[in-house]
Design a protein around this ligand. Structure first.
Ligand code: 3YP
Ligand code: ZN
Length: 370
């Protein structure tokens, strides 16, 4: 089994600059400047752990090509593409659209390389150069809308790659599974009326963006039923997430019968994350990956592409990423997660009744998938 892997040093140089986490610092107003919470470390340290653990030697390196105008135009308005390019030429760069999502001079080229990286990984899978792939891209993509970026995302990496897969390889039915702790509102909006793209988002209920990702958001027109949200309560751990995969995601995939599965692989539902209140450990990520990989093997010749999204624990994201990529590659590296003994035994890990109630509600909606 060959697993494709993609990272580029420029992803680490996407400059989110000086911020008080994600708001602007203002020293005299008492808002002491700090670094942006989407700092390079959580991603860079995944790559470095892959190298040191030896797993990198078992992966097939895929080289990212920047997304072209034509690629981006499959999802984004020309005005958004041009505004990002224009702000990217300014000495201090610009913002993707919401004031939380800064980028430095040249950020346009890096964001294009992130969208292009997800495309390159997808092409490697579709062209049979690898069986499956992991694109460790930055900036993230799942909040980006056709006309603006938001939530640290500039371009909609997964959505653009899905549309390119359709345009270049005639891929019909594509399922996107988004397990970032935040709602994949951009992916949802882009495919809302598209019955050939199943957009599933598992996220912390009523979190970010506000008033977004409810169970009742089901798609529209011909796409009715092809959007599926699983808004789970804060405090959900491995038990809750495995129940969601088992009782909602796998039945949804079986019913939809995709030709390609794409995973918007955020790691901010991990138990140590500062921007989420979920409790997944590397054990949970390993099991979720294995379940999706089995589904891909059964349904679509193993074709599954992971694209990195959020995840802000600089100490823990690397071990979660290692678990996912080890599982994709079918290899156990020499490094074990040193936190897992403590974290797996936390009392909140098993599925709780109030979480099971939401899982059961979401499972009902599977019957309405086209
Ligand atoms: C954007 C501003 C507050 C929360 C933040 C979410 C970024 C993210 O990881 N999205 O998936
Ligand atoms: Zn997130």
């Amino acid at each position: 089994m060959a697993t494709g892997y993609l990272w580029h040093e420029l992803y680490g140089w996407h400059d989110t600059g000086s911020s008080l986490g994600f708001v602007y610092g203002n020293a005299p107003a008492g808002l002491q400047p700090f670094h942006h919470i989407d700092s390079p470390n959580s991603k860079k340290r995944v790559h470095e752990l892959l190298a040191v653990s030896g797993l990198l030697d078992d992966l097939v390196r895929v080289v990212p090509e920047p997304a072209t105008d034509d690629d981006l135009l499959l999802v984004h308005d020309r005005a958004h593409i041009e505004r990002i390019a224009t702000e990217s030429r300014l000495p201090k760069g610009g913002d993707a659209g919401d004031g939380f999502s800064p980028f430095g001079q040249g950020g346009n080229e890096i964001a294009r390389l992130a969208a292009g990286g997800t495309i390159s990984a997808t092409m490697a899978v579709l062209e049979g150069r690898v069986d499956n792939a992991y694109a460790l891209v930055r900036p993230c993509g799942h909040h980006a809308l056709p006309d603006m970026g938001m939530g640290f995302c500039v371009f909609a990496n997964v959505a653009v790659a899905a549309r390119v897969a359709r345009a270049r390889h005639g891929v019909g039915r594509i399922a996107v599974v988004d397990w970032d702790v935040h709602h994949g509102n951009g992916t949802q909006a882009i495919f809302y009326d598209d019955p050939s793209t199943l957009a599933i988002s598992i996220h912390q209920a009523n979190w970010f963006p506000h008033d977004s990702g409810h169970l009742h958001e089901r798609g529209a027109g011909a796409g009715e039923g092809a959007t599926l949200n699983v808004p789970i309560p804060p405090g959900s751990g491995n038990g809750a997430y495995l129940a969601v995969i088992d009782q909602v995601v796998l039945p949804a995939l079986e019913r939809f019968n995709p030709e390609l599965i794409m995973v918007a692989c955020g790691f901010d539902a991990n138990v140590l994350d500062p921007l989420g209140r979920s409790m997944i450990t590397s054990t949970g990520y390993r099991a979720m990956t294995s379940m999706l990989l089995d589904a891909a093997t059964t349904l679509c010749g193993g074709r599954i592409v992971f694209s990195h999204e959020g995840g802000y624990s600089e100490i823990y994201v690397p071990f979660c990423g290692l678990a996912v990529i080890e599982t994709l590659a079918g290899v156990k590296s020499t490094v074990d997660d040193p936190f897992v003994g403590l974290l797996d035994e936390m009392g909140g890990q098993p599925l709780q009744p109030h979480q099971a109630a939401i899982v059961a509600q979401a499972a009902q909606l599977v019957n309405e998938i086209p």
